[in-house]
Design a protein around this ligand. Structure first.
Ligand SMILES: [Zn+2]
Length: 296
């Protein structure tokens, strides 16, 4: 897959794995007409005419931004060898680091890791197992975590799979002194600049503190929207309830607001779970939206 080049930015995708879940389990209110509407513009894997026989297929991947000699890794997938209270991601053994190497990068080459939020499938490769201990996978990187998510998982006890991930993939980074826990609600700005051309914006809803990551350097803007939008069907019905959203009402408002803002612009989108090239543009389509994937 070719990197997407936007001015001085170049963005590459690092695959971890693909998985699938029954579609109605994730979107309880989904209808056949929603699926027909997606089928108008996209033959998306897993979707059939009937929601009951459809799968929500998910890609788990990171993006690496190369900018002015720095390599910034966005979202860290599930990780290997992790004990998880969810069979699909328990004790994985994926070739993620080999896929990173195929881009010509070793873990030592990563200068910054940014997690859009602290769910288990976005923090896993922050650490790897070495002699029975969880150590930073990217020892030369600063790791950027949002304060609101960080504080949530310090105290919450309900969601076991996220709690496990926080313990083995976030806390060891803090102990190693590599974490920058940033307050995106600081009074100084709604946009928080992280280095040259990359900044965070609050997008709370899917998780208590999830953020958008924006990047722009001499070309079209890029947005890494994490899990604000999981699947193309959310473009035809942004209000569709998603079982993984922490605050479904807020999450839908954020989704609708983002789509309205970037539709029909040159903003290149980098969704955390779309299949294929993942990257693309949002186009308006009546009262909703469609997605135009980049070809390669
Ligand atoms: Zn996710």
């Amino acid at each position: 897959m070719q990197p997407q080049v936007l001015g001085r930015l170049s963005v590459s995708k690092v695959m971890e794995m693909e998985s699938g879940l029954p579609l109605p389990m994730v979107f309880p209110d989904i209808t056949a007409s929603d699926l027909a509407r997606v089928a108008d513009w996209c033959d998306y894997p897993g979707l059939a005419d009937d929601p009951a026989t459809s799968l929500m297929t998910l890609s788990m991947h990171s993006f690496v931004i190369a900018l002015d000699g720095q390599n910034i890794l966005i979202d860290a997938c599930n990780g290997n060898c992790k004990q998880r209270a969810l069979a699909e991601v328990h004790m994985l053994d994926t070739p993620y680091l080999a896929n990173l190497a195929a881009l010509g990068l070793t873990p030592d080459d990563i200068d910054m890791v940014m997690c859009t939020h602290l769910h288990f499938d976005h923090v896993g490769w922050n650490t790897r197992l070495e002699n029975g201990r969880w150590v930073p996978t990217f020892p030369n990187a600063r790791y950027v975590f949002g304060k609101r998510d960080y504080e949530h998982w310090v105290t919450q006890e309900e969601e076991e799979v996220h709690r496990q991930a926080f313990a083995d993939s976030v806390l060891p980074i803090v102990s190693a002194g590599l974490a920058d826990i940033v307050d995106v609600e600081a009074p100084t700005a709604t946009h928080l600049e992280i280095g040259d051309g990359i900044w965070l914006e609050p997008a709370f809803g899917h998780s208590p503190g999830c953020c958008l990551i924006h990047a722009q350097a001499g070309g079209a803007p890029a947005v890494f929207w994490g899990d604000v939008i999981h699947h193309p069907v959310q473009l035809v019905r942004p209000e569709l309830q998603l079982m993984f959203d922490h605050d479904p009402v807020k999450a839908a408002q954020v989704r609708r607001g983002l789509l309205a803002r970037i539709a029909d612009s040159d903003t290149m989108c980098f969704p955390a779970h779309f299949l294929g090239t993942s990257a693309g543009h949002v186009r308006s389509d009546g009262d909703a939206y469609r997605y135009a994937f980049v070809e390669s």
